[in-house]
Ligand binder design. Structure first.
Ligand code: HSE
Length: 313
């Protein structure tokens, strides 16, 4: 086998009350990375779909760094050339750097038949995330690799807890015509939080985990509140409170920023609610922000990054 292609799904991280520790995978969209075997080192043959904005220099590219980390971890002296197809918009809050890193490690793992553990894949992809997002948080990487809804009890070494997904739970993600760099959005957060906010945040997180286990949609709804990051980032997304209100009024269990934004996600009881909430959020985004809106309605995808057929282009 000369080359292998893998798909890394988009992810919603934070999920309101789980800053840096909670995330889930969407069925689509996502990024694809093709790894082709070479004699040594990591190079990037090309990037499609980024408008020429991402670095072709492997040590500065999230997929390149992740691939090199896995080759190093495996003691593999041969190398890879990567081709990256960006299905995710840049700086969208959909976990684009994580999707590329996850796809890269899964492609390299399959190419060399390494059979790496999930922990090794997460650890190596996290090195890519560190370059791409400026911080080694695993709440996008872990769901992009594992699929499903996951809690990152610890990023390094990884301790990933898979959470159940209640039947019917549907995610809506709306991407407004804005870009927010995660590294910049993290500078807004400062180093400390109020104890009263921390208390409410960990109460919400514990309750959300319990709500997922018991399929208690009312408890999930009450728990989808971010007291730590969203209040500081709200000024980055015009009309955020109005868009959130529109989602809840249309029947969403809750709505918050996806990752560091600008995308917003909502969780819904079922697909029909999801479709209705999606239309309401789209209308609110058009009214408050304008420009193009991309909308995704998806179940929480049970599968993470995986090998797919290599397409011709
Ligand atoms: N937890 C991260 C943040 C996700 O909110 O900064 C963004 O990549």
């Amino acid at each position: 086998m000369d080359s292998v292609t893998a798909f890394g799904p988009a992810t919603v991280s934070n999920v309101a009350c789980g800053f840096d520790v909670l995330g889930f995978a969407l069925a689509s969209p996502g990024d694809e990375v093709t790894a082709r075997m070479t004699e040594s080192g990591v190079t990037i043959d090309g990037i499609i779909g980024d408008g020429g904005r991402l670095p072709l220099d492997a040590p500065r590219n999230t997929a390149g760094v992740a691939a090199q980390a896995l080759l190093n971890a495996a003691g593999e002296r041969r190398g890879v050339a990567l081709t990256i197809r960006k299905g995710l918009p840049l700086a969208s809050g959909l976990g684009g750097s994580a999707a590329s890193a996850a796809a890269a490690v899964v492609a390299v793992d399959a190419l060399f038949n390494l059979r790496s553990t999930i922990e090794t894949l997460v650890t190596c992809a996290l090195e890519g995330e560190r370059i791409g997002a400026g911080s080694a948080h695993a709440d996008n990487i872990a769901p992009s690799i594992c699929g499903g809804f996951v809690l990152v009890r610890r990023a390094s070494p990884p301790d990933i807890v898979r959470l159940p997904v209640p039947a019917g739970l549907t995610a809506v993600v709306v991407h407004p015509d804005l870009e927010i760099e995660t590294a910049m959005a993290r500078t807004l957060l400062g180093d400390t939080v109020l104890l009263t906010d921390a208390i409410q945040q960990w109460a919400n997180l514990g309750a959300l985990v319990d709500g997922l286990h018991r399929g208690d949609f009312d408890l999930i709804s009450r728990s989808l509140e971010d007291r730590i990051a969203e209040p500081k980032r709200a000024p980055l997304v015009p009309g955020l409170a109005i868009i959130k209100r529109a989602a809840v009024d249309a029947g969403a269990l809750g709505c918050s920023l996806s990752g560091s934004g600008p995308s917003l996600f909502a969780l819904c009881r079922d697909r029909a609610d999801g479709e209705r909430v999606a239309r309401a959020m789209e209308a609110a985004v058009r009214a408050e922000i304008g420009g193009d809106v991309q909308t995704y309605v998806s179940s929480v995808a049970p599968h993470g990054a995986r090998v797919v057929p290599t397409c011709a282009s």
